[in-house]
Design a protein around this ligand. Structure first.
Ligand SMILES: [Zn+2]
Length: 562
């Protein structure tokens, strides 16, 4: 509920607040050592059709085999919730690895059954060709042989050739499906500057990391419009709607492949190997290939967590695997199940100031962080916090989508707050304090008293300078979620997050949907608190310079005790 004439009073910023949060964090023991598969409903009728695909019978592909990536216990329920409503990509990709003289090239075909996810008729489909962005250097991609319902059509390119618009030749009704087929050819540059390692071949490590490597339907926001902005500079570039992926990747047989989804079959032909992956409902499909990958894995319930590593040490990979396992164990009872049979944590050289990047069912973990010096409790491992942050994105961005261009904080801030909260669950109240102070509150307060405050819920590419996006989305935004946690308590805070995930999983939610979920769980209006932290610039009233000094002194004291 919104628009209360009596917004909730703002909490006075003080150490009492922080200590309360610390005590709550420490007192909230995990419900069970093993994840509990929460009984998630089939979605409740609310919001827009984009947010609730279950409210309408779509004409998409309902083949149960496409759900092999979903854990058996939830497969029938998730099939029942989404079958027919999601677009389905069947992709055949052949990759020719780079040589000393030639770049990596790839070629593929797509059989897309596009389902209109909006509540209005559509007469065109819009695709993103992300590799054509200049950040990818000599990398590029082109569509060819495009057909709609069997007839040839010409795509219309725009936005620096990163958008391709295709006429459907009909008014596609809501929920109606139409066949779109196309071929594509592309190249991958060697270590392009500014790529964050997302669409890159690294000759040094021999790693081929391919995110957004295929012509993908542009995302449709809760306002039901196609998102066709220039490729994001500050935030995560891919905004897309949940689809079903059936992808066959052919590479020379000595290449291993870590990919979204689960490998369901492989077929050798000469010196090449074709591997087929199926995802279940997934927002995207990303893979990383290498000829010298090692892998270690551990099961959590029905999910196999896999750490893939190349140049890093086995010790580093074991730390990454342990952090991924612990995050699922701690947070499935609090947020709802991670419903997929595999979760891949992959060593990739990310760079450009990023340390890790989330994709559905697969995360890039920056290779330079694996061999971290041991920390003494209550100090916290940066590598561990990095893995926890990326795994939390499987709920916030992966299961529940948000428009990262317009509302980057909606997944980044909650993820960063819950990252700090994890250390209270897994270790001690002091470990929570160390992570919260060092990676959330102090970075924000230093900025606040140096440069001034900023609005958090703001388009990621409109922050000037770009570093302000990080301060807002990761630090101040996380302080805001801490304030909400303090105001409504742990039970309502996590009940709200569970309800938000259950209602909007496989869909896209607006920031107001998250606020509504907290308000419903808490039984109180939170508009004032929400506006203060995410829409206002009131930091100087919330904190004083003495708070910053106290925070720095407390962090030093905690670390000295370690
Ligand atoms: Zn993040």
């Amino acid at each position: 509920m919104h628009g209360s004439p009596h917004p909730a009073p703002l909490p006075r910023r003080s150490w009492r607040w922080l200590l309360t949060a610390v005590l709550l964090a420490g007192s909230l023991a995990p419900v069970t050592a093993r994840p509990v598969a929460l009984a998630l409903g089939d979605g409740t009728p609310a919001g827009t059709p984009v947010s609730t695909p279950a409210t309408r019978e779509g004409q998409g592909d309902s083949d149960p085999d496409l759900y092999a990536g979903v854990v058996p216990a939830s497969r029938e329920a998730i099939h029942g919730q989404t079958a027919g409503d999601l677009s389905r990509y069947a992709i055949d990709l052949v990759v020719t690895p780079a040589t000393a003289d030639e770049l990596t090239v790839f070629s593929g075909t797509v059989d897309l059954l596009f389902v209109n996810p909006t509540s209005r008729p559509l007469d065109e489909a819009v695709f993103r060709l992300y590799p054509n962005d200049e950040r990818y250097g000599d990398g590029d991609i082109a569509m060819r042989d495009v057909t709609v319902a069997g007839g040839p059509v010409e795509p219309d390119l725009s936005v620096g050739d990163t958008v391709a618009t295709i006429p459907l030749g009909t008014e596609l009704a809501p929920g109606e499906a139409i066949s779109i087929t196309y071929g594509f050819d592309g190249r991958v540059a060697n270590d392009p500057a500014g790529s964050y390692g997302m669409f890159t071949y690294s000759p040094g490590s021999g790693t081929l990391a391919l995110a957004h490597w295929y012509p993908v339907l542009a995302g449709i926001e809760v306002d039901e419009d196609w998102k066709v902005e220039p490729v994001s500079v500050n935030g995560d570039p891919v905004f897309s709607n949940t689809s079903l992926y059936d992808v066959t990747i052919t590479l020379p047989a000595d290449w291993q492949v870590a990919a979204s989804g689960v490998e369901v079959e492989s077929d050798a032909s000469g010196d090449r190997l074709a591997r087929r992956f199926v995802t279940g409902p997934s927002r995207d499909f990303t893979f990383v290939a290498d000829t010298s990958f090692e892998r270690i894995s551990q099961r959590v319930g029905e999910t196999e967590v896999v750490a893939w590593y190349d140049t890093a040490s086995r010790d580093g990979a074991e730390a990454v695997l342990a952090a991924g396992v612990a995050t699922l164990e701690q947070y499935q009872p609090l947020l709802g199940e991670y419903p997929f049979v595999e979760m891949d944590l992959v060593e990739v050289s990310v760079g450009n100031g990023a340390a890790g990047i989330e994709f559905p069912q697969l995360m890039f973990i920056g290779g330079s962080y694996y061999d971290e010096a041991p920390v003494s409790p209550p100090d916290t491992s940066y590598l561990e916090s990095l893995v926890v942050h990326e795994v939390l994105h499987q709920w916030f961005y992966g299961l529940v989508g948000n428009d990262q261009y317009a509302h980057g904080f909606q997944d980044e801030a909650i993820t960063n707050y819950l990252m700090a909260y994890y250390f209270g669950l897994q270790y001690s109240p002091e470990a929570f304090e160390v992570c919260y102070l060092s990676q959330v509150e102090i970075p924000y307060l230093r900025y606040l008293f140096d440069r001034g405050d900023m609005v958090v819920d703001f388009p990621s590419d409109e922050f000037v300078p770009a570093a302000d996006y990080v301060i807002a989305a990761y630090y101040k935004g996380a302080v805001g979620f801490g304030a909400i946690n303090e105001a409504i308590g742990d039970d309502a805070f996590f009940a709200g997050l569970r309800a938000y995930v259950a209602e909007f999983r496989f869909a896209v939610a607006a920031p107001s949907d998250m606020l509504d979920a907290f308000e419903a769980a808490a039984g109180q209006e939170l508009d004032g608190l929400w506006a203060n932290w995410f829409e206002g610039e009131n930091g100087a009233a919330d904190f004083s310079p003495a708070d910053l000094q106290s925070a720095e002194a407390r962090l030093a004291e905690l670390r000295a005790a370690g």
